[in-house]
Design a protein around this ligand. Structure first.
Ligand code: KQY
Length: 369
């Protein structure tokens, strides 16, 4: 059984590794909500299956599936993928799954953040979200990892770690009154450090333009190695993303990480701008209270939303005009890994991308790769 601990990871000597450190495997969920995924989620299911198959080339993948979807998911998913029955409200494992931390002796435990569907009743994306909030606990039970229940609203996509004491976050998300209105910046930093083992929190301003998560860091910027950050970028000064990315770049250039290093920043070209088409918007069921989809709405498309696997990187393909340049740049950032592109527009239409639908379990020590 997985125990719920009353201590805190940092005090117990645990830290959140960088995503580029070795994994035991990866968890995902299976999309099905017709008010978020068009055409009863069928195109999204194909895209999720392609992501799971791509990651399976590098590490074991488990997909959590609602009971009613089990047979369809099992048939659609690569035979290497383990399928388990798991209730959820939607399919964003990055945000509802555990943030795993590793101890000095290589033991793995999980942090279970409070989840409120990206803003609760102040602009959250759907209601209810209780099944989502229970996912991390269930994953930890299946994995037999002890659990810390963190006393704050946070999502896995709202934090990136370098594994050496530095966290990257955005003010737009973590200081948003729809997450932890009773906590100030310092209190939020204290809790983030206590639950991830970090000692330095680097605050960027806003996330990607029109990102419905309130600007998750994982769509804007990520660590590709300790001391090195990839940042979504456009040179077009008329694009609202330009000022956002420029502000992020200035903050990153001024920053020192937990080890006192200056950061090296790699600009990744942005796709698009991409927008929801009329046909795509028409395929989504309305009237349930979930955020409606409108034709012409700007999509929060970013190549930074990739997943780093053991020996691989799985990158969203979003725009034929920019995919090749983005892949080439990401290959240069990860010379020791195989970089694989997967068509990801259907995931983008649901409001996120490959990083948002995946959650790694670190290897720690004593696990098998
Ligand atoms: O990007 C994410 N981490 C989650 C996006 C949620 C969108 C719900 N429609």
């Amino acid at each position: 059984m997985s125990k719920t601990l009353t201590s805190k990871p940092a005090a117990d000597g645990f830290r959140m590794p960088g995503e580029f450190e070795p994994h035991r495997g990866c968890w995902m969920l299976w999309p099905r909500r017709p008010d978020n995924w068009r055409r009863a989620a069928q195109p999204a299911q194909q895209a999720f299956a392609a992501v799971a198959a791509a990651i399976s080339r590098f590490e074991p993948v488990t997909v959590g599936v609602a009971a009613t979807e089990f047979d369809r998911a099992r048939a659609a998913l690569d035979p290497r993928v383990r399928v388990v029955e798991l209730s959820s409200d939607d399919a964003w494992m990055r945000d509802v799954g555990p943030t795993c931390v590793v101890g000095d002796r290589g033991e793995v435990r999980g942090v279970d953040w409070v989840f409120n569907a990206w803003g609760g009743h102040l602009g959250g994306l759907y209601h209810p979200w209780d099944q989502d909030d229970a996912v991390a606990r269930k994953v930890l039970e299946i994995e037999r990892f002890d659990r810390y229940r963190a006393p704050m609203v946070c999502e896995g996509g709202a934090i990136h770690a370098d594994g050496e004491g530095t966290l990257l976050v955005t003010e737009q998300c973590l200081l948003n009154p729809n997450r932890n209105p009773h906590l100030g910046r310092r209190q939020i930093e204290t809790l983030l450090c206590a639950y991830t083992g970090a000692t330095t929190v680097l605050w960027l301003g806003e996330g990607v333009f029109n990102d419905e998560t309130d600007g998750h860091i994982d769509n804007l910027a990520c660590f590709v190695a300790p001391g090195e950050v990839a940042l979504t970028w456009t040179d077009n000064a008329r694009d609202p993303q330009h000022a956002i990315s420029r502000d992020a770049l200035e903050r990153l250039m001024d920053a020192r990480d937990a080890r006192g290093r200056r950061l090296k920043v790699h600009k990744l070209p942005m796709p698009g701008p991409l927008r929801t088409t009329r046909a795509e918007a028409a395929g989504v069921v309305t009237g349930t209270g979930a955020k409606p989809r409108s034709p012409g709405e700007r999509l929060a498309a970013s190549y930074v939303n990739f997943y780093i696997a053991n020996g691989g990187v799985v990158v969203p393909l979003l725009d034929a005009r920019t995919d090749r340049a983005a892949l080439a740049k990401i290959r240069r950032l990860f010379p020791g890994r195989k970089v694989v592109g997967v068509p990801a527009r259907e995931i983008l239409l649901g409001g996120g991308n490959i990083h948002c639908i995946t959650q790694q379990i670190p290897l720690g020590r004593g696990g098998r790769r």
